[in-house]
Design a binder for this molecule. Structure first.
Ligand code: RET
Length: 245
């Protein structure tokens, strides 16, 4: 199967993945922000894949071909995935900032590595890998601590599911990158492309699908926060009375 066919498979898969959050956006206006982030994760990837399918953004550097759209996609959508996890855990603002900075640093280092050669390429790859360790620490240790203040077990289990999908799948990217044409070249372009389409698909559509299945947890998270911020001393106003918007 030609390379472009795989890009179109990716594009269609991402469009399908975008349907769920779009549906929830209409269904649950109270947490539209969450569904917008999810729709962005797969929707922007669909555009990137379509661009690659049309042969845009393909360029040759030193000894290998690079699809710039893939890196632009990662640069924009991986922060959205990190942001969604943070929106569930609700950390302090500075935690949001350093997590996003770490994520963007990882991808930027990977872009730098793809466009350079020799020692500099390996140094940039190593810098990206270090950045990834910082990011993984944030997802595995820091965000769960912020989540600790939320008593809702549904929110906990949604966070843990999405966080685990993310950490397990993302860890495979640097490995596949190393095996691919920009690394040791053990995987040919076609094989590398198929593996990355597959990884992108489960790390995005899988993430979005599990998030959509757990949408009731987000509903409870938003409702609890709203009730807490509009709480009056009067016990007459039961929280359940405002549940139906
Ligand atoms: C690079 C090379 C530099 C070192 C590291 C990398 C990690 C990349 C990751 C990409 C994740 C992409 C996702 C895309 C979804 O569609 C840039 C390969 C650590 C983690 C989730």
């Amino acid at each position: 199967m030609a390379l472009t066919t795989w890009f179109w498979v990716g594009a269609v898969g991402m469009v399908v993945g975008t349907v769920l959050p779009l549906r929830d956006m209409i269904r649950y206006p109270s947490h539209r922000r969450y569904d917008l982030v999810l729709a962005g994760i797969t929707g922007l990837a669909a555009i990137a894949y379509a661009a690659m399918g049309l042969g845009f953004t393909e360029t040759t550097v030193a000894d290998h071909t690079i699809f710039v759209a893939r890196y632009i996609d990662w640069l924009v959508t991986t922060p959205l995935i990190v942001a969604y996890l943070a929106m569930l855990a609700r950390p302090a603002r500075r935690t949001y900032v350093w997590l996003l900075v770490a994520d963007i640093f990882v991808i930027a280092a990977g872009i730098g590595a793809a466009f350079t050669d020799g020692t500099l390429r390996w140094a940039l790859f190593a810098a990206g890998a270090l950045g990834y360790l910082v990011l993984a620490f944030g997802l595995l240790r820091v965000l769960p601590r912020s989540l600790g203040s939320n008593p809702d077990p549904r929110v906990h289990s949604l966070f843990v599911t999405l966080r685990n999908i993310t950490v397990v799948l993302w860890t495979l990217y640097p490995v596949v990158w190393l095996l691919g044409p920009a690394g040791f070249g053990l995987l040919q372009y076609e094989m590398y492309t198929i593996v990355v389409v597959y990884l992108d698909f489960i790390s995005k559509v899988g993430f979005v699908a599990f998030a959509a299945i757990g949408v009731d947890a987000v509903d409870r998270l938003v409702t609890a926060t709203r009730d807490a911020s509009t709480a009056t001393p009067s016990p007459v106003e039961a929280p359940s009375a405002t549940d139906d918007d």
